[in-house]
Design a protein around this ligand. Sequence first.
Ligand SMILES: C[S@@+](CC[C@H](N)C(=O)[O-])C[C@H]1O[C@@H](n2cnc3c(N)ncnc32)[C@H](O)[C@@H]1O
Length: 272
Amino acid sequence: MKSYWDNFARAFSTLRPPLRPSGEDIDFMEQCVAERAAGRGTEGLRVLLLGVTPALASMPLPESASLVAVDNSWPMIQAVWPGNVPQKRRAIRADWREMPCRSRSIDVALGDGSINCMRYPDGFRAFAAAVREALRDDGVLVLRCYMQQDTPETPDKLYDAVCRGDVKGFHAFRLRLFMALQESAESGIGLDDVHRSWTAASGDKHLSAERTGWTQEQIDTMQYCGGSRTVHTFPTLTEFRTVVHEYFEESRVSTAAYEMGEHCPRFILKPR
Ligand SMILES: C[S@@+](CC[C@H](N)C(=O)[O-])C[C@H]1O[C@@H](n2cnc3c(N)ncnc32)[C@H](O)[C@@H]1O
């Protein structure tokens, strides 16, 4: 069975915020790197990217900085990585839980939806521990994360909202559907379950491109969830903090202005 990310690589170019970082999110991460670089003077600054998010991989880096991206999907690296640049940026295929960098060597780690790829709580803990181990004591972890609401909406309510025309963007809908279908952070939500729910509801409720206002190309990306073993996790803010705060303290949290932005906060985290 193929991983979702193997198929996802093909659908990646159709993604929009909130499933991809917006210009504002990228500026935010760039600013975090610039601030760290200012604090380090001319010493080489080492940036770790958790995934191969192209807009983050290709953001301008300070003169002294270099970036290493770690992602465990070769198809994703092949499909979206903007290319290695000697001494400046390179991608490595590896699992975040076995980080291929020296202990305490990284100044800034950046992740966009990365922790949502891990299982809760053990995967979150292993991810946080591995990133903490890679970071210098004065380093920072900057994460954009997808957060479940304290009282999740039900799939029926969400589909009804779509029928009324109350859900604007397709990508905001997809994120809401993942969250609505997830029973608990511990169970996460399997993408094959998302596909099954969507296939049934879109037939029953006639959720066509004309009816929803979404493009057929966007709707067709739902098929990549079918047959996937991938599970995503949407913790509440409390669940996220319960595990991540074992390794990091929160220095700042902010949100962007797009639809569902309040469910995609950006955290600046400092090692404990
Ligand atoms: C960073 S996340 C979220 C996608 C993101 N919102 C974007 O715009 O790119 C997706 C990436 O994480 C990678 N990934 C998932 N689990 C991983 C793991 N345990 N170790 C390394 N990479 C992983 C996937 O291969 C995929 O490329």
